[in-house]
Write a protein that binds this ligand. Sequence first.
Ligand SMILES: Cc1cc2nc3c(=O)[nH]c(=O)nc-3n(C[C@H](O)[C@H](O)[C@H](O)COP(=O)(O)O)c2cc1C
Length: 329
Amino acid sequence: MNHKTKTPSFHVGPIPVYGHVILAPMAGFSDLPYRSICRELGSAMSYSEFVSTEAIIRDNQKSLRMLRYATEERPVVFQIFGANPEVILEAAKRISELQPDIIDINMGCSVKKVSGKGAGAALLKDPSKIGHIFNLLSRELPFPVTGKIRLGWDHDSLNYRDVVRAMQENGAQLVAVHGRTKKQAYQGQANWDAIAEIKSMAQIPVIGNGDVTSVADIKRMRDHTGCDAVMIARAAIGNPWIFAGKNAEDVTLAEKLTMIRRHLAANLEFYEGDYGLILFRKHVAKYISGIHGARELRAKLVTARSAADFANIVTAAEQQTTEENLISH
Ligand SMILES: Cc1cc2nc3c(=O)[nH]c(=O)nc-3n(C[C@H](O)[C@H](O)[C@H](O)COP(=O)(O)O)c2cc1C
């Protein structure tokens, strides 16, 4: 895309962002192949899956692979999680060498393995620690530091105002807000009123997140909250076209099958073999959910034992689609 003639939608520190809809970080999903597809279709920036700061300083290769990116994805955000400010700083410095555009601190993860160890959403319990982390990182790193939060630990501790204040007073350049508490996990409805409140008080850009399930919801959330951009997680799995303004039901089966082929090929290349196929099963189940005859096709695809088997099944489905089209016209 030629940005020279376009006005940025907003800035993260000095980094211009063009567009208002962004693929959310999702462990197990938002890897280089999938992010690249979403970015090409219109996602305005690329967040990595969250990566453990402890793993980074141990030089864990599997974790470092999550930080590989394509130049076309820029602006690229590396999202990291940890509990210890010094370890977070050390990890952030190490991955600086990989030249991301932005580093983001995860303060929203609700799973026990993370929040039980003081990282992710557990940081929300201690806004002064959050302030300390942002202070350290924003002084020491050569690029903007941002954070992704929830509204608080539980309904009785909705301390998002304190958290956002601590962040921006200590150099944070953007906040992404999932409008739920840690205790809610994914239950109930995301609270868009709270996101609107954060937008009205914050001096830094605000990304709204939670329960955007369709193209219409993108506008609804922006109208309701005034947020600078909307972040989409679950509704983007199987429908990267949401970033191009299309709901899943508006995408033809032929388009989906073409994307399935392309996405799988990118996965096989990135993960060098069968692991790419295994990881792709979760995507394919979503690509084809809701389509006519999906159950049978899904059963075949998710049990395919090799990439070649997989390709044969897709080819047969493509032929069937073409024949059905010919008959119906
Ligand atoms: C499978 C999955 C993995 C996720 N991994 C991350 C992650 O690594 N980092 C993060 O900040 N949030 C993560 N999230 C939370 C999402 O980014 C997002 O905040 C949440 O799903 C709400 O948005 P949605 O209603 O559009 O799904 C994950 C969510 C899902 C469903």
